[in-house]
Ligand binder design. Structure first.
Ligand code: PLP
Length: 409
């Protein structure tokens, strides 16, 4: 066997040890443009495996944003659990290809199991894994165009930019409707939807708002972009936030957001998966099974996803999502009890928009040692945005850091 394929347990221990050491929360934020001490050009001679890992470990582990840091509450990017990244290691090491049954027999089965597990929560009949909600949205609108003759995509001006991208790629007219003040889409009653795919959002990227998901019954196709909010369906307490999703023609959600998966994991589901998959299928001389959807070769992202779901069960995933909702409620209480702060609105999907009154937020954030929040533009004004994707985030500490930074002004 070639030495590349013999597992070097010393290198494995080294890599895991370094990862383990890098987990301790840092007391200083990382710089946004770390120095990269690597050859400027592709070196002729390699340094060997262990030396390569050593050369990269400080940068890759020491200079990565600590998504599990108690102060981290800024974006839709979760830290991953041990079971998840270990299964990802198996995925990378076995490098299966879901395109071919003979290069990914188990991987294909796992993907099917995964879809079986998640589809009932959205009342869909099937679907497939995609690398992100961007691709889920494109794939759903592709099916809409080819199955129902859709000519235009109608959505709110709060929809994610991937909807505009998809309409452009598919050659469909893109119609954006100004949302209501709560950022929900309200379709005008006289709008002709007979050749339209209406895209409703369950968790807008800026404020986490959810559109009324039952308002587009007359449309040729209804797609729900539940990139962020989708996993609320796994919680008995919060499933109703997405009431109406069951009547959509398609739904997409990103597992690499609120299902705590590594990047590249998302799902697109269809009400009629047979028709959709037929419309999205290409066969070809060298393929022993039809190639469904946008990707050719595809990774076995079902493996870490299933490993996580198997480890946690539905209740465990729900508990994690509910933890995020509780973090948001805790922040609401703190903000409402302090007259120096204001809320943009009550969070519906845990995404939380707030700010101290009359303060330069950029300067404030610089003074917030180890408190990560995003600054977003909402209707021309700057607000702080928090996203509860980090189960280790300490809301009280974050609020204390914000008030401390405020007191320094
Ligand atoms: C509402 C919404 N749709 C789509 C996307 C794109 O998702 P992805 O980054 O998984 O492609 C996002 C990302 O934040 C989102 O918030």
């Amino acid at each position: 066997m070639h030495s590349d394929h013999i597992i070097d347990m010393e290198a494995v221990r080294f890599a895991i040890d370094r990862l383990h050491q890098s987990r301790a929360p840092r007391d200083k934020p990382v710089t946004l443009q770390p120095e990269v001490a690597l050859p400027a050009q592709f070196p002729d001679t390699g340094v060997g495996e262990q030396a390569a890992l050593e050369a990269l470990s400080d940068l890759a582990l020491g200079q990565s944003a600590q998504l599990h840091h108690p102060g981290y509450f800024a974006h839709m990017d979760p830290p991953t659990a041990t079971v998840t990244w270990l299964a990802s290691l198996w995925q990378a090491a076995t490098n299966q290809n879901v395109l071919h049954p003979d290069v990914g027999p188990a991987a294909r089965e796992l993907a099917d199991v995964l879809i079986e597990w998640v589809k009932p929560f959205f009342s869909m009949s099937g679907g497939h894994l995609v690398p992100g909600a961007t691709v889920a949205n494109l794939t759903a609108l592709w099916a809409a165009r080819d199955l129902r003759g859709v000519r235009q995509v109608i959505t709110s001006n709060r929809a994610h930019l991937s909807i505009r991208k998809a309409a452009h790629i598919l050659g469909l007219k893109f119609v954006e409707i100004e949302s209501a003040s709560n950022h929900g889409l309200v379709l005008p009653a006289d709008l002709d939807l007979t050749d339209a795919a209406v895209v409703l959002t369950a968790g807008t990227v800026t404020t986490g708002a959810v559109d009324n998901l039952t308002q587009a019954a007359g449309a040729a196709w209804v797609h729900v972009d539940a990139a962020w909010g989708g996993p609320l369906r796994f919680s008995e307490r919060f499933a109703d936030v997405l009431d109406g999703v069951e009547s959509a023609d398609s739904v997409g959600f990103s597992a690499h957001k609120w299902c705590f998966q590594p990047k590249g994991t998302a799902v697109v589901l269809f009400k009629d998966d047979k028709a959709a998959h037929e419309a999205l299928s290409y066969g070809g001389g060298y393929l022993s099974a039809p190639n469904i959807g946008l990707l050719g070769s595809g990774p076995a992202t079902a493996l870490p996803f299933l490993a996580s779901l198997l480890a946690w069960g539905r209740a465990g995933l729900a508990e994690r999502v509910e933890h995020g909702m509780a973090q948001a409620s805790q922040l609401v209480e703190l903000v409402e009890d302090d007259a120096r702060f204001e809320l943009w609105g009550r969070p519906t999907t845990g995404v939380f928009v707030w700010r101290p009154r009359n303060v330069d937020l950029v300067a404030l954030r610089v003074r917030m040692n180890q408190g990560w929040v995003a600054i977003v533009d909402v209707d021309g004004e700057a607000w702080l945005r928090c996203v509860p994707a980090n189960l280790s985030a300490d809301v009280r500490a974050l609020f204390a850091q914000t008030t401390a930074a405020l007191e320094q002004t």
